[in-house]
Design a protein around this ligand. Structure first.
Ligand code: AGP
Length: 632
C-alpha cells in the first residue's frame, strides 16, 4: 500500500509529483505530501485526507524546484493525521524520506535513536529512516571516504541495511540538490528514464505520461538518479548493471475515457480483454488433432508433465478466480487441486506432495501475503527431497512485478492496467487464464475428447459478443433497478457448483464499494443457517433483502421468496420458470454451464457499481482499501 513518486530533471517538480500521485492514489488515500529541494533548502507540504486536499494547498505554494519526492498514504502505523503523513524528515530538516511498506524493527530502532537524543514527531515506522540516514551522514562526513562517491547514497545504503521488513523508499537532501536515492526490498519501485530527467514511482501508471522507458528495481537494490543518468547498486555495495525496457502502454489507458468511473470503464473493457487473451494464447484455426495443441501457453513440459496435484495461493478476488480454476482443473483436466488463502497457508502449510505444481494468482503481482506464501513454499521445497524439481507458476496482470522473482513461468493475463480498486476486468482475465490452463492440461492428458475441447473453445470465442450484449441491454436497466436497493442492509448471493465462486465475488464487489453487508453462499447451504437471518429480519419488518441468485438454484430461491426476501435472478434467458420466481431478472445468454461464470459475473459487477454510485460513494477508491496490499 502507499504510493511513492520522485523526480529529478529540468522541469518544475510539483506538478509532476502531483500527477504521479493522482495515478497512484488507488494505493492509498489517507493523506499525501511532497518534499522538494531548492536554494539549498528542503520544502515540505503535507495534507490529511485525499490528494485533493494537498492539491488545494499546493495552489498557494510557491517553491519552484527541479527535485522532489511525493507520497500518498494508506495508514499502517499512526492515524491518518498530517503529522503522520509522508515525507518524514530528520531533526535538522535537511533530509526527506517517503516509504511504502512496513519497517518491522522500527520499535528497536526508534528506542535506540531516542536514547541518542533523536526527537520523533510522528507515530510512523518510517520516521526512523531519515534519522538513521542523518546519523550515517554525520559519521561519513567525518571519515576519509569524503569525496570518493555519493555520501547520500552510502548513507542510505548503510541505513537500509539496518531495516527489517518490506519497503521501498525515496530520499532527497537539501545538501544534495543533484541526486535522488531510491531503495527497494520486497515492495515495488520502478525508475523512468527521460531526456536529462528521471522519475521513480511505486507503479508504472505514474510514469507513462512522461516516459515508457522503465527499469524495475530488484530486491536489495538501490539506485542513484541524477540529471546525468542512473546507477544501480546492491545493498552490499557492489555495482549492478541492467538495461531499461520499453512499456507497450499509452497514457490514454490510465484515463477514464468518458466513463464516470474507472470501474465502469473496466467492466466495459472485458470483451476486449477476452479477445486479447484468446488471440495471445489460442490457435485461431485449430483442426482437432492430438498433433497440434490449440493452446499456446507455451509452458515447459517440466512444469506440466506427470502432475498429480495442484495447489493455488491467492487473496481476495484472485482467490475467487482460483476457486473457479480448481473446478476447471479438477473437472476438465482431472488434477486434484486445493486453493489456499495465501494469508492462512503461511501459518498452516499442507504437507509437501510429489509431482505438485504451485500456482500464485495475483493481478498486481505485489500482494504481500501471496508473495510470502510462495516464498515460504519455495524454501520448503528447496529443503525437501523435491528440491530443484519443485514447480511454480504465476498468473498475473503484471509480469514485471515481484511475483516474477518467485516463479519460473508466468501466464500474463493481458487485461491492461486496472485503476479501480475493485477488480473486474482482471478477474475476468484470471478466469480466462484458468480456462486455457485447464484445457491445455486436459489436451495433454487426454482427459477430454478433442470434440469437447473444441466446443469449450468455441464457447469462449462467443463470450466477447455475449458480454457486449449483456452490457448493452442491461446497463440502463441495472441502473434503474439499483434504486430499489440503495437502502438495503443485507445481501446474500447464492450460487451452485462453478457459479458458487461467482456468488462470493458478487458479495465481495458489493461490500467493498457500497459498504452494504453481503455474503456469498453455496445455494444448498442456505437452509443450513442463513435462512434464519431471513426469518428474523422479516419478522422485524425492517430492512429489505435482496437475493441475487444463479441458474439451477430456483428451489432455493423459492425458499427465500416464501420468507419475503426480494429476489434478483441472474439466469439463462430461456429459463421460463425464472420469470415467475424472481422479482427482477438479469438474464445472461444460455451457454454451456462450464462457461457460465464468465457471463454471470457481469450483471453482478454492474449491480454493485450502480448501487455504490447511487449511494454517492467513491467507487474507484473505497474507504480503507488499496489496490495493492503490500503489507502482510
Ligand atoms: C478486489 O476487488 C479486491 N480489491 C482485493 O480482494 C484483491 O483481489 C486482493 O487484494 C488481491 O489482490 P491481487 O490480485 O493483486 O493479489
Amino acid at each position: 500500500m502507499c504510493g511513492i513518486v520522485g523526480y529529478i530533471g529540468t522541469q518544475d517538480v510539483s506538478s509532476i509529483l502531483l500527477s504521479g500521485l493522482q495515478k497512484l492514489e488507488y494505493r492509498g488515500y489517507d493523506s499525501a505530501g511532497i518534499a522538494t529541494v531548492s536554494a539549498s533548502e528542503l520544502h515540505c507540504l503535507r495534507a490529511k485526507g485525499k490528494l485533493s486536499n494537498l492539491e488545494e494547498k499546493l495552489a498557494s505554494w510557491d517553491n519552484p524546484s527541479l527535485l522532489g519526492i511525493g507520497h500518498t498514504r494508506w495508514a499502517t502505523h499512526g492515524k491518518p493525521e498530517e503529522h503522520n503523513a509522508h515525507p518524514h524528515r530528520d531533526a535538522q530538516e535537511r533530509l526527506a524520506v517517503v516509504q511504502n511498506g512496513i519497517i518491522e524493527n522500527y520499535r528497536e530502532l526508534r528506542a535506540e535513536l531516542q536514547d541518542k537524543g533523536y526527537i520523533f514527531r510522528s507515530e510512523t515506522d518510517t520516521e526512523v529512516i531519515p534519522h538513521l540516514i542523518a546519523e550515517q551522514l554525520t559519521a561519513l562526513q567525518g571519515q576519509e571516504s569524503k569525496g570518493k562517491g555519493s555520501l547520500l547514497l552510502e548513507a542510505v545504503r548503510q541505513a537500509v541495511n539496518r531495516l527489517q521488513g518490506a519497503f521501498a523508499i525515496a530520499v532527497i537532501g537539501a545538501d544534495y540538490p543533484d541526486e535522488l536515492i531510491v531503495a527497494r526490498k520486497q515492495a515495488p519501485l520502478v525508475i523512468g528514464f527521460g531526456d536529462g530527467e528521471y522519475f521513480c514511482a511505486s507503479d508504472t501508471p505514474a510514469l507513462i505520461a512522461y516516459t515508457r522507458t522503465v527499469l524495475t528495481l530488484d530486491n536489495h537494490e538501490l539506485a542513484r538518479l541524477t540529471r546525468g543518468g542512473v546507477t544501480l547498486h546492491h545493498f552490499d555495495g557492489h555495482a549492478v548493471r541492467r538495461s531499461p525496457r520499453t512499456l507497450n502502454w499509452n497514457p490514454v489507458m490510465v484515463e477514464k475515457q468518458g466513463f464516470k468511473h474507472f470501474m465502469l470503464k473496466e467492466i466495459n473493457e472485458q470483451p476486449g480483454v477476452i479477445r486479447a487473451v484468446l488471440e495471445t494464447y489460442t490457435a485461431q484455426d485449430w483442426q482437432p488433432s492430438y498433433n497440434s495443441n490449440p493452446m499456446r501457453l507455451n509452458l515447459p513440459a517440466a512444469l506440466t508433465q506427470d502432475l498429480e496435484h495442484i495447489q493455488i495461493m491467492a487473496c481476495g478476488t484472485s482467490w475467487h478466480a482460483s476457486l473457479v480454476g480448481k473446478y476447471l482443473l479438477e473437472q476438465l483436466a482431472g488434477i486434484p487441486t486445493v486453493v489456499h488463502y495465501a494469508s492462512e497457508f503461511r501459518y498452516a502449510p499442507s504437507p509437501l506432495q510429489a509431482n505438485s505444481l504451485t500456482i500464485g494468482v495475483t493481478q498486481s503481482g505485489e500482494t504481500a501475503d501471496t508473495l510470502a506464501a510462495l516464498e515460504m513454499e519455495k524454501h520448503r521445497c528447496a529443503q525437501s527431497a523435491q528440491g530443484k524439481h519443485a514447480r511454480f507458476l504465476g498468473i498475473t496482470n503484471r509480469p514485471e512485478s515481484s511475483l516474477a522473482g518467485l516463479v519460473s513461468e508466468i501466464i500474463d493475463t493481458h487485461a491492461g492496467i486496472e485503476i479501480g480498486v475493485a477488480a473486474t476486468k482482471t478477474f475476468m482475465a484470471q478466469l480466462m487464464a484458468f480456462y486455457l490452463l485447464a484445457l491445455d492440461l486436459a489436451y495433454q492428458r487426454q482427459t477430454l475428447s478433442l470434440e469437447r475441447i473444441g466446443e469449450i473453445l468455441e464457447g469462449l470465442r462467443q463470450l466477447p459478443a455475449q458480454i457486449e450484449q449483456i452490457l448493452e441491454s442491461q446497463e440502463r436497466y441495472v441502473e434503474v433497478l439499483a434504486h430499489n436497493f440503495v437502502d438495503t442492509t443485507d445481501f446474500i448471493f447464492l450460487g451452485r457448483g462453478i457459479n458458487f465462486p461467482i456468488a462470493l465475488e458478487g458479495a465481495l464487489k458489493l461490500k467493498e464499494i457500497s459498504y452494504i453487508h453481503a455474503e456469498g453462499y453455496p445455494a444448498g447451504e442456505m437452509k443450513h443457517g442463513p435462512i434464519a437471518l431471513l426469518d428474523r429480519q422479516g419478522a422485524c419488518g425492517c430492512d429489505r433483502h435482496a437475493w441475487p441468485v444463479f441458474e439451477k438454484v430456483l428451489s432455493n430461491a423459492q425458499e427465500a421468496r416464501a420468507r419475503d426476501a426480494q429476489l434478483i435472478g441472474v439466469t439463462p434467458m430461456d429459463e421460463q420458470e425464472a420469470t415467475e420466481t424472481f422479482d427482477a431478472l438479469l438474464p445472461v445468454p444460455a451457454v454451456d454451464e462450464v462457461i457460465s461464470p464468465l457471463l454471470t459475473v457481469v450483471p453482478l459487477q454492474l449491480l454493485s457499481y450502480h448501487i455504490a454510485a447511487l449511494r454517492g460513494l467513491d467507487v474507484d477508491q473505497p474507504r480503507n482499501l488499496a489496490k495493492s496490499v503490500t503489507v502482510e
